[in-house]
Structure formats: structure tokens, C-alpha cells
Design a protein around this ligand. Structure first.
Ligand SMILES: C[S@@+](CC[C@H](N)C(=O)[O-])C[C@H]1O[C@@H](n2cnc3c(N)ncnc32)[C@H](O)[C@@H]1O
Length: 226
């Protein structure tokens, strides 16, 4: 599956409403911080002694968590992948506002980015926080977390590095947990659900989940140290 170029997209691009400030940030800063999608592996910070981790965040939404993570961990290089232009504009605005140097954005389908741009054994952690649950049966095929995608993530992980997924949809949490549990080479860092790690900031998706009394499930698996 990982070699196929065809995958059902996990998002639908509708005409999104972008604010003036987001549009301006996009125009002013896109060239500085957005890496173009290419069928070539990236080596960002690989030779840099100040970089302690290479983290890939998939589907950052409005970039609230990305911004906080980048501020609190200046030595982490954060590759942030999203297709939603208002969110990209917002994160570019934050990057400029907070003078952040450790974020690069790719505006493209994360499945293709992971497949084409991430070298084997190069990533210290994947963050996939509140992926769209696509709860209706007819939309389930759009869920991002599926076996072919996990295969791609695993190939990119360094030994001992992790995949951290969070969802507030119980059926999706069980599905993700079972998938990771049955993936060769992965090991759960905790018993089943993980406690919320201190590095993960809350976002509006978490707050919305809590308001509606849903349980927030953190799931963290790591690649065996070979
Ligand atoms: C429910 S939102 C969560 C946003 C953010 N992680 C948060 O917690 O606030 C899911 C995001 O994933 C993005 N997304 C879904 N599939 C994607 C893909 N294949 N590549 C890049 N982004 C994707 C959507 O555009 C959306 O912004």
C-alpha cells in the first residue's frame, strides 16, 4: 500500500473563509517558512548540533499547539503539515509575531509528504492530534489513520521514536489503538491509554471534547530499539 500513489484523501478542501490578517500573513511570509512539496527527501537540521529533535506535526489546524510547542522547545525542529489555508495563514502570523525559527510548513497532503519527503529513520516523533474522525459510515474511508499510512510513519521513525495520536472519539481511539497494537515493531509506552504528556498543549478541539463529556485519549507507541 505504501508504494501506491492513490489514497482516499482524508480531507475535503472547501472554499475556506480566510481572514484579512491570515491572508496578509500568507502573502508576506509564505516564501520564508513554507517548504514546497517535492519528491525528494528533506534533511532539515540533520547536521545541526543545536537541534535535539525532529518532530512532524500532521494536521495542525489553526497552529495553536504548534506555536506553543515551538516556543517551549526552541531546540526542536517542527515540520508542520496542513492543507487548510486559514490555519496556515494563522501559523505564519504566529511565526512572525513570536519570532519563531524552528517551524517549517508544508501545504500538502500529509500522506504524500511522509511518503516522498521523509527519509527512513529520520523522525523523532509524529504528532497527530485530533485527526478528523469522519464518524458517518459513508465517510469512514477518509480516515487518515489506517494501515498503509502507519506503515509509512513507521518507516520514517528512528529506533525508540514515537507516534502520538490523540482523539476524543472513543470508537476512533479503539480503532487506532488496535491498529498500532498490531503493527510489527511498535510498542505501547503505556498500558493502553497514555496520560497527557506535558509537552502537549490543549487546543479548541480538546476543549470542545471536554465540554461534551468525551474522553480525551492519548495513544503513544514507539518503534523498538533495533
Ligand atoms: C480536526 S482538525 C485538528 C487540528 C489540530 N491538530 C488541533 O488539535 O487543533 C484536523 C486537521 O487535519 C487536517 N488534515 C486532514 N487530513 C490531512 C492530510 N492528509 N494532510 C494534511 N492535513 C490534513 C485538516 O485540514 C484539519 O485542519
Amino acid at each position: 500500500m505504501s508504494n501506491k500513489s492513490h489514497f482516499v484523501k482524508s480531507y475535503v478542501l472547501r472554499g475556506s473563509r480566510i481572514s484579512k490578517a491570515q491572508k496578509k500573513a500568507y502573502c508576506d511570509y509564505a516564501l520564508d517558512w513554507i517548504l514546497p512539496f517535492k519528491k525528494a527527501k528533506i534533511n532539515w537540521g540533520g547536521n545541526c548540533p543545536y537541534t535535539s529533535r525532529f518532530i512532524v506535526e500532521i494536521g495542525f489546524g489553526m497552529g495553536e499547539a504548534t506555536r506553543r510547542l515551538a516556543m517551549e522547545h526552541p531546540a526542536w525542529n517542527i515540520l508542520a503539515i496542513e492543507v487548510y489555508k486559514p490555519g496556515i495563514g494563522k501559523l505564519l502570523w504566529w511565526i512572525n509575531q513570536e519570532n519563531l525559527k524552528n517551524i517549517r510548513i508544508i501545504e500538502h497532503d500529509a500522506v504524500e509528504v511522509v511518503r516522498e519527503m521523509l527519509a527512513e529513520r529520520s523522525v523523532d516523533g509524529f504528532h497527530i492530534w485530533f485527526p478528523d474522525p469522519w464518524p458517518k459510515r459513508k465517510h469512514q474511508k477518509r480516515r487518515l489513520i489506517k494501515p498503509g499510512f502507519i506503515e509509512l510513519l513507521v518507516r520514517a521513525l528512528k529506533p525508540g521514536a514515537y507516534i502520538h495520536i490523540v482523539t476524543d472519539w472513543e470508537f476512533y481511539a479503539e480503532e487506532i489503538y488496535n491498529l498500532l497494537e498490531n503493527t510489527e515493531g511498535l510498542r505501547n509506552r503505556h498500558k493502553k491509554w497514555s496520560p497527557k504528556p506535558s509537552y502537549r498543549p490543549s487546543t479548541r478541539f480538546e476543549e470542545r471534547g471536554l465540554v461534551t463529556n468525551r474522553k480525551i485519549r492519548d495513544i503513544i507507541f514507539e518503534l523498538d530499539k533495533l
